[in-house]
Design a protein around this ligand. Sequence first.
Ligand code: C5P
Length: 305
Amino acid sequence: MLVRDDSSAVIVQAPAKLNLFLQVLGKRPDGFHELETLMVAIDHYDTLRFAPRATGEISLTCHDARHRQRPAAEGESLPVQGGPENLAYRAALLLRTAVGRESLGAHIDLEKRIPLAAGLAGGSTDAAATLAGLNRLWKLGLSAAELQDLASRLGSDVPFFLAPSGAAICRGRGERIEPVRWSAPLHCVVVRPRSGLSTARVFQHCRPGAAPHGVGQLVGSLKRGNVGQAARSLHNSLQPAAEHLNAEVTQLREAFSRLPFLGHLMSGSGTSYFGICRHRGEALRLASRLRAQRLGDAFVASSRT
Ligand code: C5P
C-alpha cells in the first residue's frame, strides 16, 4: 500500500491480492473457518483520496476508473455503493469511534479498478487503505498493531493489507499475519469472469481437508527463486466448491490449462482465476489470447513483495 500526501489530501494506492495457497483446516465454533493461506499483493490498484471536511461529516463517492477512458458498456458498471454499506465508509466510522473523536470529518473519493466478488479482496484493501489514510489525515498516530486490530474487526482479509511486506502467510480466519519475502516478482494473468461469487456461500460449500503439501514447500520454492516449482505447488481448497457453484470458474480452469502457464489457480473464494508466467512479455501475450476467448476481463499483474 502506497500512502502519500498532496497539498490538500492524502492519497492511497490500495492493491488487490492473490492467494497462491489456501487451505481450509476446519470450521470454528464462531462460524468462520480456520485457514492457512499465502497472500501476495499485486500491482492492480484502487485509488483512494482522503480530504478533510470541517463539518464533521464522512462522505464517500465511488467511480469506476475504466469509465475515465471510455463510456461504460451495458451491464459493465461496477455495483459499488458509496453509502454506509461500503467497507471503506465503515472503516472510517470505526476509526473515528475507536479514538473517540466523533467530530472528525472527511470526504473519501474511491476510484475502483479491482473487480468485486472476485477473490481479489477489493473491498478489504479499500478498508485497510481508509484506516491508514485517515490515521494520517487526522494525525491520530495509531500504531500498526492498533490499526491491525481495527482491521480484523472489519473483515478477515483486511489486516493483510497493513502488513509491512507485500506477501504473508495468514492464519486463524486470515487475520494472523506472518510476513514473507522473496526477491523475484511473479508475473501473472488474472481473469475475472462476468459473474462473481459470495465468499460466505463458497465457504458454506467447502470441505475442509488435507492439502497435498504444506505452504512451506511453496514458500521455499519462492525463496530459492524457483518460480516453476512454486507454480506447481499452488493450491486452493475453496476451488472445488466455487466450481460447483459457478461454471465460469471451470471454464477458466480449462482455458488456462490449454495455455503454457507455469501454473494456474482460482484466487480466494473466486471467481477470479490467475496463471503464472515466465516473464511479463509472456503474460501480455497470454492475456491477449484469453481476451480473444471473451471469458471475462483479463489483465496482467506482477506481485509486490
Ligand atoms: O471476514 P469476511 O467478512 O471477509 O468474511 C465473509 C464471510 O466468509 C464470513 O461471513 C464467513 O461466512 C466466511 N469466512 C469463513 N472463514 C474465514 C473467512 C470468511 O467462513 N476464515
